[in-house]
Write a protein that binds this ligand. Sequence first.
Ligand SMILES: [Zn+2]
Length: 213
Amino acid sequence: MKIRQFTFNLFQENTYVVYDENSSDCAIIDPGCYYPEEEKALVNFLNDNNLVPSKVLYTHCHLDHSFGSKFLAEQYPSIAFYGDAKEQYYIDNSEEQSIMFGIGIQRPPSISHYVYEGERITIGNCQFQVLETPGHSIGGVCYYCESAKVLFCGDSLFAGSIGRTDLYGGNYQLLIQSIKTKILSLPDDVTVYCGHGYATTVEEEKHGNPYIS
Ligand SMILES: [Zn+2]
């Protein structure tokens, strides 16, 4: 599995392109490209690597994780949007949210495929398993590839920190429970790619994260 990380928009959100050498298929996890130069950087990377994204995988649908969705839907009309059904709330309310933050957005397309706990999603030769991890948002999920030992956790967990729980649908107790039962129960050597900041490992967070250790 190959992973390309971009850091986009004024919230410094991490957008990931997941692909492998033997296929033109790829997925974009949480497309946060906002400015034209960010859209261009993403498309240039896809074109340079002969990649055509078939899916957007949302860990959750907060604004900063979905800024680029409308653009991708226009560029790649057959792209599907995967996410938990409960996350549609944030898309439905995205315009109000953007006014609150004082920024303009185009409403992201609706989720077209509702993911569920244990679902397996194939991207090229990679297979991801869906782990439901609510707490930061109402229907947050992680995408776990067992063979590559990689987890995309959105804003549930950060290196040395955890996601905020003060927005709609946030729940601190639930987030801690999600992290402990779904993320820290994975093998120690799983690399955890977060929605913001640096990647970490299960082992590092088990021992070094003050919120959960
Ligand atoms: Zn978030």
